[in-house]
Ligand binder design. Structure first.
Ligand SMILES: [Zn+2]
Ligand SMILES: [Zn+2]
Length: 386
């Protein structure tokens, strides 16, 4: 039975404290939800859902805190004979519970490095280990990966929702900034570069051939957990960049969804992309129409906007179309659009069973001015009856 180094205990105690602190932070929203529940019992369903989610989060975080404490007590006591996957004591090298075959060195190494590296950093753990090591040595790899994921997400969303690629990318830019911010912050606070062994107490590199004691700080390298893999690098630049990107996150939320006042600052082509994309994606873009209607539009843009107004008036997914009529009445319709509006209104009368006062007024005006082609006259008259 070897003695475990003081640095190991210090690092693991810090992990326990961090886990408990996170648990406390998670409990606060639960308390808040309970208080809101007393104050506004009407919201009971959403409160129950929130409670359910938060209870799961608290339970997971609680398990995490218990595990960290367990590592602190059980690992030195059993000399590191614990399954890295399920945190159960190991009799032999095969875990009875998860049926994983371990090697003595890998398990020992896992627990010696555990307090310094996160569990996912370690080769004995599933997933992304090699990649995360590479990113720690070269943060630009992480940067490129996150940007690539953003592009893929934007393009896939645009294809699936039949939305504009540019608008999709803008829509997800807040996620990009958040992911980049977290990544850079995490790398800047502390990362491990390379595979050389270093003193767990002061970070001094172990020279070839080793030695039992750190010549720099006197820590016992012979004790378990006295040496850690990789050189610790902290970077203020990465922390500042990460924070800056993270702060862009709320700023980007206002660019998309409802541009509101920002719409007047948005270039026409981008507004057009949003309006067209959303119409095909099935969500409304009507708040942007007045902004576009007041702009100087190209012939194509003008045509598109007119068609969108016609579609809104004839399909009327929101019911009321007064604002659309006041915009459309100021526009010149092509003969094709004129016919589209006529047939659309006739179908609306059959489908919805009603026409609004604005719809009727326009049809009546067309009848009076004689702009309805012969083949549609009867149907318009029929639509205006009853
Ligand atoms: Zn296991
Ligand atoms: Zn040292």
């Amino acid at each position: 039975m070897t003695e475990w180094s003081d640095s190991w205990y210090r690092a693991q105690r810090k992990r326990v404290r961090n886990a408990v602190a996170r648990l406390v932070v998670c409990v606060i929203p639960v308390a808040a939800i309970v208080l809101i529940g007393n104050w506004a019992p009407m919201l009971i369903i959403s409160i129950l859902v929130g409670m359910g989610i938060m209870t799961i989060v608290v339970a997971l975080q609680g398990r995490r805190a218990l595990r960290e404490r367990r590592v602190l007590r059980v690992v030195p006591a059993t000399d590191g004979r614990l399954c890295p996957r399920c945190y159960r004591p190991l009799d032999g090298l095969r875990c009875e519970r998860c049926a994983t075959e371990h090697t003595a060195e890998a398990v020992r190494d896992h627990w010696e490095q555990y307090p310094h590296h996160t569990a996912t950093d370690h080769p004995s753990q599933r997933g992304g280990t090699r990649l995360w090591r590479a990113i720690q040595s070269k943060p630009s790899i992480g940067l490129a990966l996150v940007v690539a994921m953003w592009i893929v997400l934007g393009v896939v969303w645009a294809l699936v929702m039949r939305d504009s690629v540019i608008v999709s990318m803008i829509r997800f830019s807040n996620m990009l900034f958040m992911a980049l911010g977290i990544l850079l912050l995490r790398l800047g606070v502390k990362r491990y570069v390379g595979n050389a062994m270093h003193c767990a107490g002061c970070g001094y590199e172990q020279a070839a051939g080793g030695g039992a004691k750190c010549p720099e700080c006197g820590s016992e390298w012979g004790r378990a957990g006295g040496l850690i893999r990789g050189r610790v690098v902290r970077s203020r630049g990465l922390v500042v960049a990460g924070l800056a990107l993270f702060m862009l996150y709320p700023a980007t939320m206002f660019v998309d969804v409802t541009p509101g006042r920002l719409a007047s600052l948005t270039p026409t082509w981008l507004l057009m992309e949003q309006v067209e994309g959303r119409q095909s994606a099935g969500y409304s873009s009507y708040t942007l129409w007045p902004v576009l209607a007041a702009r100087n539009l190209s012939a194509t843009q003008d045509d598109t906007l007119t068609w969108m107004l016609i579609r809104e008036i004839t399909v009327a997914p929101r019911g009321f179309v007064t604002a659309e009529w006041s915009m459309l009445n100021l526009r010149t319709l092509s003969s094709e659009q004129h016919r589209g509006l006529l047939t659309g209104l006739i179908e609306k009368r059959t489908g919805h069973g009603y026409l609004t006062a604005d719809d009727r007024a326009w049809l009546e005006q067309q009848t009076l001015s004689g702009t309805i082609t012969d083949d549609l006259t009867d149907r318009v008259t029929e639509a205006l009856q009853k």
